[in-house]
Each structure stands twice: as structure tokens, then as C-alpha cells.
Ligand binder design. Sequence first.
Ligand code: SAM
Length: 498
Amino acid sequence: MARSKGDHRTGQLVRSISGQDEMFEKSYEEVLETRRSQPVECLGRSFENDKKRREFFLEKLRRKLKDPEFRKIEGFPIGADEDILALSDPPYYTACPNPFLAEFVKCHGRPYDPEQAYHREPFAVDVSEGKTDTLYKAHGYHTKVPHRAIVPSILHYTKPGDIVLDGFCGSGMTGVAAQWCGTAPTAFRRELEQRWFKEGRAAPEWGARHAVLGDLSPAATFIAANYNIPFDVHAFAKAARKLLDEVEEEIGWMYETFHTDGKTRGRINYTVWSEVFSCPECVGQVVFLHEALDKNTQKTRSVFPCPHCSAELTKGNLERSFETLVDAASGEAWKRIRFQAVLVDYSVGKTRFQKEPDSNDLSTLDRIDNLKLPSSIPTNAFPIDEMYHGSRLAPKGFRQVHQMFLPRAAQSLAAMWRRADGWEDQRLRNMLLFFVEQAVWTMSLLNRFRPTGYSQVNQFLSGVFYLPSQHAEVSLAYVLSGKLERLVSAFSSRTLPK
Ligand SMILES: C[S@@+](CC[C@H](N)C(=O)[O-])C[C@H]1O[C@@H](n2cnc3c(N)ncnc32)[C@H](O)[C@@H]1O
């Protein structure tokens, strides 16, 4: 098999698919439960159970990581051995170049046979697949391709059991498609077969293909691995729910608020923060959202009057205003643009309300400000000079990762991450991290407040580090409860083909 650039780089994922027929008869959980305690075959070796398989290959990977030549491979991730081992599930997924790749190809591939010349007509068809599929949406990725759009090409160019390589796999949709060739629902199969028949093509050969996936980005391979390696969906749902409940127990007080009657307790969904500027004419303080938001249309006006001197203000002529805080990581003075909490969106039971933050809300925020920065929040410096948007971050005072999170967001993310990262079962641990990691961007200061938006989740501008003047600081439960339901539904539907 030809090796692409990607094979030599950081993350590699090797995924073997077998036993697809079994999936049609039993529920996925039943299959996995049985498999967990059963002897397994992997790369020509037999193991008492899957745990033993993992232990065996982890030990091999541990030894390989000590080999200086191995680490010299271009693009090798910058990471400690223990971190690479903790993420990896070898031989299927290694968070570094996969040393088991050759063995995998030897085991599952077929040597090229010149007697059986390979020939296919070019597959030139228009592919149109929506991006609403729950599995497609289980994890975002830039330039992500729907697996349903890849399936026809795999069916055309390969046979069941062949190896498909994607050395630039991103979120791993090629692997999902390779599996789908064996597990696609009947409706999808019928529709494709009828289309191909009308186009005069031979009937597709359904059946899973093996997939070899690689990517320069360790984050991509982590996402791809979680998309492709089977897991116990039911156990995952239970574990995630447990973690959410535990975190609620630990940091629930941070999201408690009082209804406007002053006594009924509510749960905060999100708090809106506005950047505070100063007027170029009178130097008076201008809370952007207070002045720019048109309460009737819920849109921000491009021109609005200064509340002090009535001067005509625009986003362009406002002066930046700074505040000096104590940096939670270094304990030193930290100067950054000024923000003020202006709106609290909360629920009492199932009813939603909004109010201005009251003195109780402000004292809760003060209390959180005084907490220590959790150790799991990264304090790495941004490579400002190498970033396209670095020039926009640094002048506003943002130079390190932790500075992108308000104290409450940092505390709750860390509480959840710590628990997910500490989960004992390796496969569920990675799936829990896959779940929690999806709250990171939206819980940062990059998340914009969209007054007319249905939800305030994932309102950051993708692909750039744009710090908005109006930020929706969403609560962990607001972000993750719905996400959990959608993940469970996505992965259950994938694994229970009809
Ligand atoms: C267009 S994205 C692929 C998205 C993918 N089709 C999906 O559905 O998620 C291209 C990927 O190539 C990866 N990449 C870029 N240069 C690479 C290299 N030299 N070796 C391996 N991967 C690379 C990027 O990290 C990115 O994930």
C-alpha cells in the first residue's frame, strides 16, 4: 500500500471492522458487553479479552516511545509518553505515528496481484448530501465531509474488506463511511441501488471496508478515533450523566440566582457580558450593549448616542477601556479590556426569565473570582506572532489560553474535565473527553451573545480568534445536557442499522 505524507505524521488511527452481521441481530450494547468478556483476535494474536489486548499493545507502544528514532519522525506530537499512552488505544488508535500500521496492512491487506488487474472507470458524479445528519453533527470540524457523501466513492472503487486510506482524515468521516458500507440503513441502500441502476452502473458490493486514517493534528485523530472505534453507548450516557450530576453538586452554587421576587431560586443558563468602552468626546463610560442594543429589534445599532454627552458613537470611534486584574495563573497584574455583566438568563423550573444581574449575582461572581485557577486549565502562551489573529488578541490583553475563560467558565470546565479524564475505562474516558471538549470553545470569551439566536451555544466565529464586544457566558449544563442527548442518539442510530 502506498503511504501518504500523513502516515508519517502525528496521529494515526487503524481501525479493523469485523462482525458487522452480528450487529444486525443484537443491540449494539449487547454485542459489546459480550465482546468485552470474550477472547479477541487482533493482528493475528489471541487475547483472553479486549482489556488484555489493550494492555499488550500499550506495553509495546510504551517501549516504542523510548526509541529516539521513532520520535524523530517529522511532525511527531509534542507530548510526554504518559500523555500519548493515556489517549491511545493501540493498535487501533495511537496519538502519535502508529507503529502497528505495517502489521495491520499485512494482516488485512491483499498483496497486489498483477494477474488481477485493477480497473475502475472514474467516478464522476455530483454528490449532494445535507449536513443535518446527527452522526455528522456529533463533532464539528472544519471542511468536514458528510460520510453519506463518501460512501458511493468507496463502494465504487473498493470491495468489502479492502483497505481505504485517508492520510488527511480530519474528523475521520472516511472511516465512518467505510463502516457504513457494511451498516448503512436499508433506505439508504435502496435509494443508492436504484440511482446506480438508473445510471447504468453495476450493483454496489455492500460490506464494511477497513480504514486507515491519519492526520497531522493530534486533535483530529482523537476526534476520528472516537468517531470510529465502537463504544458502549448506554454506558457512556450513564457515565456522562453521572459526571454532570457530580459537577452540579460541586459547582452548582455558581449558577444559582434569585428570581426577581427575591426568594425563588433559579438556574442560570447564561450571563451576558458587555465590553465597556469610553466616549471619544467626553471620556464617559459606555457599556456597549446597554447603549447599542435596540430593545425592540434586539439588534445592535451601528450608530447610537453617548449616554453622557449625546455624541454620535459607532463601534469604530469608541475608545477601548482597560481594567487591571490579578492574573489567576501568575498572580501578577493583568491588564485587559473591560467587561461588565449586563444580563442573566435563567430558568425557574421550565420557565425562562431574563434580568439584570443583582447584588447577589455580583457577590457570587466576586466569590468565584477569588478561587484558585484549576490546574487542568492550560496556561500556555499563544504564539501571537505566528497567529493570523494574534494582532487582535494581544492588544486587548489576551496572551495565554486561561485568559480566554471567565473564572466561572474555567471552574466548571475544569471540574468536568478532571472527572472525564479520571474515568477508569479507557474507551469511555476518551468518549467522555470527546464530549466535554466540545464545550471548550463555546465556554470561552470567543462566544458571542446573539440576542435573536435560538441558543447561545457555539456562537463563536469559527476559524478565527475574534473577541466579541458582547459575550454569552454559557453554563456547562446549558451546553452539555442537550449535547449528550444528541450524541447518544447519533451513535445509537449509527450502530443499530435496520
Ligand atoms: C480538509 S481537512 C479534512 C476534513 C475531513 N475530510 C473531515 O471530514 O473531517 C484536511 C486535514 O488535513 C490535515 N493535514 C494538513 N496537512 C497535513 C499533513 N502534512 N499531513 C497530514 N495531515 C495534514 C489537517 O490537519 C486537516 O485535518
